[in-house]
Write a protein that binds this ligand. Structure first.
Ligand code: ADP
Length: 446
């Protein structure tokens, strides 16, 4: 087992990882930019190293500085967290070349899944159903026109290197295609360094349902059920729940075991998430994330499995030690992503937190690096807290969430707490009746 882990991240996720390390008796090294010197993730780590100025490219994305910090501190492994370098195959290679353990999958698997076209091909080969579309990159407009009419409009143009909803454009008909292609290519080139795009059928009102998997170095893999992440704004998840209110137990077992089989087939190891769109009883693979997800706690709540601990254990080469039959699902869990943002414009709302009170009580977990007097810097993601609630069933979970949202106080900065408070009262939410466009429709109507 590792003795000392460097956590190459910040904020709540760095804290989450530090907590797992401490539970396992592993020492932790925090890294931070100059803007984060007083952050909670620095305070709670055993040691910390400043890796550069505020801009992420000079600090949290600065590979050389992170590797130097690991060397100086005598760490034996690096946990990338999520975002930043977590899905950067070249960083994973560098970590290994420098003799550190990388707490994540192999660089080859990261690269495979980072190329969404290659990922889709791998999914097909591993027996997963995918959204109908071009089976490779589309270069010429004429080729795109031919393919789009074969697939049927509306079509979605997606960046091969995509992520975060960037480089995604919908075309409603042939007249719209040229515009959509050029916008998608431009966004793809600007964000991912390649303008390669591909086409997919645009599914009208699907749900986003993703399956959590966990695999070791010895060929064992299990699934930990699904999360419903359909409540999104601009392709960004806002509230997630597990299990999905839409699936039957039989559907859950079927998609879960297919996902576990697929990761076994490609020889994947570590934690991972296979994302599907689901409509009228059919699943369509869209992508695989080769890292811990923001919404992983709801899976931890319903399975009782500490995903970060398992991730560290399998990265150290330990066998999983249990099979699918040992994974039990209990109750219902919901996560609200609390962002520092203006409730009307959604612009980030950095600043000093003048008052902070986190909810507690039965079934309530808050993952956050905020504290009274902490400063939310303007340089990074606006997610500042995750409120995660667990109860024996969905309605009790919703009531508990209402109670917890009522107790939550974050003063001095704007947040989307009121959005969550209103959202969970809506009749459609209460009934679990929503798709990936529901939240945007609801926001326009309220
Ligand atoms: P990214 O990597 O940019 O997050 P994804 O492929 O995961 O891209 O898709 C993000 C979101 O975009 C999905 O959760 C879904 O809301 C929407 N989406 C993706 N593919 C389709 C599709 N074929 N039809 C309709 N919506 C889609």
């Amino acid at each position: 087992m590792f003795r000392k882990i460097l956590i190459a991240n910040r904020g709540e996720i760095a804290l989450r990882i530090a907590r797992a390390c401490r539970d396992m008796g592993i020492a932790t090294v925090a890294v931070h930019s100059t803007a984060d010197a007083d952050s909670m993730h620095v305070r709670l780590a055993d040691e910390s190293v400043c890796i550069g100025p505020p801009a992420a490219r000079d600090s949290y994305l600065n590979r050389a500085a992170i590797l130097s910090a690991a060397t100086i501190a005598g760490a034996d492994a690096i946990h990338p967290g999520l975002g930043f370098l977590a899905e950067d195959a070249s960083f994973a290679s560098m970590v290994e070349e420098h003799g550190f353990g990388f707490i994540g999958p192999t660089p080859e698997h990261i690269a495979l899944m980072g190329d969404k076209i290659a990922a889709k091909r791998a999914a097909v080969a591993a027996g997963l159903p995918v959204v109908p579309g071009s089976d490779g990159p589309v270069y010429a407009d004429s080729e795109a026109r031919r393919l789009a009419s074969e697939i049927g409009y509306p079509v979605l143009i997606k960046a091969a290197g995509g992520g975060g909803g960037k480089g995604m454009q919908r075309a409603d008909g042939p007249n719209d295609l040229e515009r959509a292609l050029s916008v998608a290519r431009r966004e793809a080139a600007a964000n991912f360094g390649s303008d390669a795009v591909y086409l997919e059928r645009y599914l009208d009102r699907p749900r986003h349902i993703e399956v959590q998997i966990l695999a070791d170095h010895h060929g064992a893999a299990v699934h930990l059920g699904e999360r419903d992440c359909s409540l999104q704004r601009r392709f960004q998840k806002v509230l997630e729940e597990a299990p999905s209110p839409a699936l039957t137990a039989e559907e859950r077992e079927r998609i879960g075991s297919r996902a576990a089989e697929a990761v076994r087939a490609i020889g994947y190891r570590g934690v991972g998430t296979i994302e599907f769109l689901w409509t009228e009883g059919t699943f369509y693979f869209i992508e695989m994330n080769t890292r811990l997800q923001v919404e992983h706690p709801i899976t931890e709540m319903i399975t009782g499995i500490d995903l970060v601990r398992e991730q560290i254990r399998v990265a150290a080469g330990e066998p999983l030690g249990y099979g699918q039959e040992a994974v039990r699902f209990q109750g219902h869990a919901i996560e609200c992503r609390i962002n520092a943002e203006n409730p009307r414009t959604f612009a980030p709302s950095p600043g000093r937190v003048t008052q902070y009170h986190a909810p507690g009580g039965p079934g309530v977990r808050v993952d956050s690096a905020l504290y009274d007097g902490s400063f939310v810097p303007p340089y990074y993601d606006s997610l500042v807290a995750k409120l995660v609630v667990h109860a024996p069933n969905r309605e009790e979970c919703r009531m508990r969430l209402r109670r917890a949202l009522g107790e939550f106080v974050i003063g001095g900065i704007d947040t989307n707490l009121d959005l969550h408070r209103a959202l969970i009262e809506d009749g459609d939410f209460v009934a679990g009746r929503y798709d990936i466009h529901w939240l945007e429709r609801w926001m326009r109507s309220t």
